[in-house]
Design a protein around this ligand. Structure first.
Ligand SMILES: Cc1cc2nc3c(=O)[nH]c(=O)nc-3n(C[C@H](O)[C@H](O)[C@H](O)COP(=O)(O)O)c2cc1C
Length: 415
């Protein structure tokens, strides 16, 4: 018998809510209808041919489950601790610049995450000041890029500390790939007459998006307020900061160790795809890594992060927290990642689609779907707790795994 869908609070009495959606795929369809083409395209993102972004999704489809028939339990213990934070489930918001998606931007996402008891990673390229985001969700972890001088970086990190951030995420391996076979969106430097002229046709077709901003008497702000050392200091535009980032020499492993020393608490290196890099990250003093290709937005042709996860989890999972991000769209994906060795996952586009579809409530909707789906997977697999998930719960096809940076005859590159 098909399961009745969970009834959203506002449904009571009416039985149906037009705003509620039953899958992340539906949230994405609504986001596409609602957002101007350029804004939607910026969230689809990806680079070059989109090989990695596609593999992030199809790899989860290749994995199967090995469910039990009887002896199942209704108990679903999802709570865990990630980056020193007690959270209600092993899901965290991955940092993204959500410029122009919704007037409340990262504050809406932070409120949704707080309402559902999970932590949020806040991008350096976010549109809202970290002070406002921490006020909305004290479980905020700040994400830094390697941009500008060490003094400037230390200044931004110090501000995050003063604001009350509980951890730091470093995203360092950006290779600035540009060009997409499906076309890059036009993103204006600032919202001015020229941007209005170029966007006019797209915006005219999406009046609800414009109405959301009109209600708040603001226009999308394409500035990045967390790229300065003090709240209220004049902040650069997104493209100004991007240019400075591209001109900054890429960091070495010694620089990673320097960055780590700037922060006392939990410190995650995001973007690790190889076992040898995971070990170097530990040498540099990190407390967590995210096995990640940044959602396929970086070097196209990098395999799906879930393929690289088991080798990394086996090698370093007892020394640091191993998270995974890339391709999570449903609760069963979370279960697969946990079974393959992740302590928790981070989500990107899934919550962006929810935010675009229905603001804070849309993000809560996405988190509820992930919670429900993860719980269902636990029940089917005969477990009571996320801690019980094992590799044997998952059917891994031959040739699925990519053991990158492993020494030995199977190493894909000479070690
Ligand atoms: C629109 C967009 C913006 C992003 N911005 C950032 C960012 O500012 N910093 C960062 O570390 N990762 C960024 N990412 C990568 C995400 O943190 C995350 O790694 C990725 O979205 C995970 O894949 P998923 O979208 O399939 O869940 C961005 C991703 C998207 C789609």
């Amino acid at each position: 018998m098909p399961r009745a869908r969970a009834v959203a609070p506002e449904d009571k009495g009416t039985g149906m809510s037009k705003a509620w959606f039953e899958t992340v795929a539906e949230a994405q369809r609504r986001a596409k209808r609602r957002l101007p083409e350029g804004v939607y395209g910026a969230l689809v993102a990806g680079s070059e041919k989109g090989l990695t972004v596609a593999d992030n999704l199809s790899a989860f489809d290749e994995l199967g489950f090995a469910p039990h028939t009887a002896g199942l339990s209704n108990e679903r213990r999802l709570a865990t601790n990630v980056l020193g934070q007690d959270v209600s489930m092993p899901v965290m918001i991955s940092p993204t610049g959500v410029q122009a998606v919704h007037p409340d931007g990262e504050v809406a996402v932070a409120r949704a995450a707080a309402a559902r008891g999970i932590a949020i990673g806040l991008s350096s390229f976010a549109s809202k000041p970290i002070e406002d985001v921490v006020a909305a969700n004290p479980k905020t972890v700040f994400q830094v890029y390697w941009v500008g001088s060490k003094d400037e970086m230390a200044g931004r990190i110090d501000r995050a500390k003063r604001a009350g951030a509980v951890g730091l995420i470093a995203t360092l391996d950006w290779s600035f790939a540009y060009g997409r076979d499906w076309g890059s969106p036009f993103i204006p430097e600032k919202v001015n007459f020229e941007a209005g002229r170029r966007y006019a046709a797209q915006v005219a077709l999406r009046p609800r998006w414009l109405w959301d901003f009109a209600k708040t008497r603001t226009l999308p702000d394409l500035r990045v307020p967390n790229m300065v050392a003090n709240p209220g200091d004049p902040s650069p535009t997104f493209f100004g900061a991007y240019g400075a980032w591209m001109q900054t020499p890429m960091p070495s492993w010694d620089d990673v160790a320097w960055l780590r020393k700037q922060w006392d608490g939990p410190f995650m290196l995001k973007g690790v795809m190889r076992v040898d890099d995971a070990k170097r990250a530990i040498d540099a003093g990190v407390t967590a890594i995210s096995v990640s290709n940044h959602g396929g937005n970086n070097l196209d042709g990098t395999p799906a992060s879930i393929r690289a996860l088991p080798a990394i989890a086996d090698a370093v999972g007892d020394q640091v927290e191993v998270l995974l991000d890339g391709g999570i769209r449903r609760g069963s994906d979370v279960a697969k990642a946990l079974a393959l060795g992740a302590k928790a996952v981070m989500i990107g586009r899934a919550y962006l689609w929810g935010l675009a579809a229905n603001g804070q409530a849309g993000v809560e909707n996405v988190l509820d779907l992930l919670r429900e789906g993860l719980g269902s997977a636990l029940v089917g697999l005969g477990h009571r707790s996320v801690d019980d998930l094992r590799r044997s719960d998952v059917v891994i096809p031959p040739d699925f795994l990519r053991n990158l940076g492993v020494q030995g005859p199977d190493a894909p590159v000479p070690a």
